[in-house]
Ligand binder design. Sequence first.
Ligand SMILES: Cc1cc2nc3c(=O)[nH]c(=O)nc-3n(C[C@H](O)[C@H](O)[C@H](O)COP(=O)(O)O)c2cc1C
Length: 223
Amino acid sequence: MDFDLAQTDSLLSTTRAVRKRLDLDREVPDDVLLECLQLAVQAPTGSNQQGWRWLVVRDAEKKAGLAEIYRKAGGDYLAAAAADSDGAGQMGRVLDSANYLAQNLEKVPAMVIPMIIGRLDAVDAGSATGTNATNAAAGLMGSIIPAMWSFQLALRSRGLGSCYTTLHLGLEQEAAELLEIPAHMTQAGLLPVAYTKGTDFKVAKRPPVEEITYLDTYKNPIR
Ligand SMILES: Cc1cc2nc3c(=O)[nH]c(=O)nc-3n(C[C@H](O)[C@H](O)[C@H](O)COP(=O)(O)O)c2cc1C
């Protein structure tokens, strides 16, 4: 199959963290979410375990509760940092935008909580490859993060947007209680989902990969 590279490259290079341009007034149908999630679960998982689970939150009280947890876990810090910053430069803009999301989180039409079965503190020590903190984290979180990103790409290709967030995980347990998530599950983040105001997102400024890519040894830049 020949891919349309212009389209796929554009999707991959313009799927941004959307906060201020989330359309808080437009409903997001379940069918669209489910279609995007169906694509997301094509993502790889360690040992093909497919332990992803997804929680869609639409209930106003639950969304308000999650927004409160989000702000308690870090949003208040964000507000202070944003107030201190002049909003200029890449960091200033991110802070300003992140603070906007924190202050308006409950207004998004839907939140999606991606989860993975298992806990980092209960990883099987008898695994064939041996277990240390690095491979435990890579195996568990690496089995949900690719699906989260695929979900965000699928949203973008349909005129919706999201922002990968992890701030509320500092109070993961409070969110688990609010949403009745069992203790053997790990939440991987909170994805606010909405249609976007416009669909013209830009390619972000990133370093030339030649500067961060090595050949054969870490001492040897590829070019
Ligand atoms: C692991 C991870 C955690 C993040 N957590 C948050 C968060 O809690 N709140 C937030 O507003 N953005 C969060 N972001 C979004 C980043 O701030 C954003 O991706 C970054 O500024 C680059 O912007 P871009 O994705 O548009 O290129 C997170 C992103 C990643 C990958």
